[in-house]
Design a protein around this ligand. Structure first.
Ligand SMILES: [Zn+2]
Length: 266
C-alpha cells in the first residue's frame, strides 16, 4: 500500500516536472522564433565593397524608405542619420568654411571651398589648427553636400542598375547598397568631414593616427568603425569623421561603441 502510494506520488511529480519543462521549452522556442530573424539578417549581411551594406529593417531585399526625423534643437549634435532616418524635407544647414594653412600640401581651391555646419566648422578649425602644430594637415576632402547632390549621386546608381536590367524597385534597393539615399547622409547635415581622401589606405596615414589619438578631444568621432559595420550598415570609413561635441565624443571613444549603440537606436 505504502509503495503504491509512493509510486503514485512519483508519477505525479514526474508529470508536473514534464509539463513545467515543456512550458519552458515552448517559451524558449517562441522567444527564439521572435529574435532569430533579426539575428540571421545581421550575421548573413554581406559586406559590400562600397559605402553601404544592408538596411537592417529590410529582410525582403526591397528598398525601404527612411523615416523623416525632427531635429532636437538642443541636441542637434547627436542627430542620428542612417539608412533608417533622414533629414526633414527642405533642411539646409547654415555653413562655414575652414581656413587652411598656407603650408597645407593639399591646399586646393576645392579644399578651400569645403564647408561644414556653421557650429561645426569652428570646432573643425580648432582640430585642424592643433594638428598643424604637430605637423599634420587635416585637409578637407568632402564636407557639407546638398540633398540635391546626394540625390543625383543616388539616382545615377539607380539608373546604372536599371540599365543592367533590374526593376525600378530592385534598382533602388541595389543603389542603396552603394550610396546613401538623399537626406540620410551626415554630409547632408554638414556634420561630417571626409578628411584628405576617401581611400582605404588612409587608415595607414599619420593623419589617421593623429585623429585616432586626438579627434575626440575636439568633438569628432570615427563614425563607421571596422568592427561595427553590422550595426552602422556602412563599411569601414577611416576618412569619415563626425562631430558630436567633446563630451559625447570622449564618452563614445571610451565606451568603444558606435553612435547607434551609444544612442540605443538602430
Ligand atoms: Zn563621408
Amino acid at each position: 500500500m505504502k509503495s503504491k502510494k509512493n509510486l503514485w506520488m512519483t508519477l505525479i511529480v514526474l508529470v508536473v516536472a514534464v509539463s513545467v519543462v515543456s512550458v519552458i521549452l515552448l517559451e524558449k522556442t517562441e522567444d527564439s522564433k521572435e529574435k532569430k530573424p533579426s539575428k540571421t539578417t545581421q550575421t548573413t549581411q554581406k559586406k559590400e565593397p562600397q559605402t553601404v551594406t544592408k538596411n537592417n529593417q529590410n529582410t525582403k531585399s526591397e528598398f525601404v524608405e527612411a523615416v523623416e526625423i525632427t531635429i532636437n534643437k538642443s541636441k542637434w549634435n547627436l542627430t542620428l542619420l542612417n539608412r533608417n532616418y533622414k533629414l526633414p524635407a527642405g533642411y539646409v544647414p547654415k555653413t562655414a568654411k575652414i581656413k587652411l594653412s598656407e603650408n597645407d600640401p593639399r591646399r586646393t581651391q576645392k579644399a578651400l571651398n569645403e564647408t561644414l555646419d556653421y557650429r561645426v566648422a569652428p570646432e573643425y578649425q580648432k582640430m585642424y589648427d592643433a594638428a598643424v602644430k604637430d605637423g599634420i594637415y587635416l585637409t578637407p576632402c568632402s564636407g557639407y553636400r546638398s540633398v540635391a547632390l546626394q540625390e543625383s549621386i543616388f539616382n545615377r546608381y539607380v539608373k546604372m542598375y536599371e540599365d543592367e536590367g533590374y526593376s525600378a524597385d530592385k534598382a533602388k534597393y541595389k543603389a542603396s547598397n552603394t550610396s546613401l539615399p538623399p537626406g540620410t547622409s551626415e554630409h547632408n547635415m554638414g556634420l561630417a568631414m571626409d578628411i584628405i581622401n576617401t581611400r582605404d589606405v588612409f587608415k595607414d596615414s599619420k593623419e589617421y593616427a593623429w585623429l585616432e589619438k586626438n579627434a575626440h578631444n575636439y568633438g569628432f568621432i570615427l563614425r563607421y568603425p571596422k568592427d561595427k559595420t553590422q550595426i552602422t550598415n556602412v563599411m569601414y570609413e577611416p576618412w569619415h569623421w563626425r562631430y558630436v561635441g567633446v563630451d559625447d565624443a570622449v564618452k563614445i571613444k571610451n565606451s568603444g561603441k558606435c553612435l547607434e549603440e551609444y544612442l540605443g537606436v538602430k
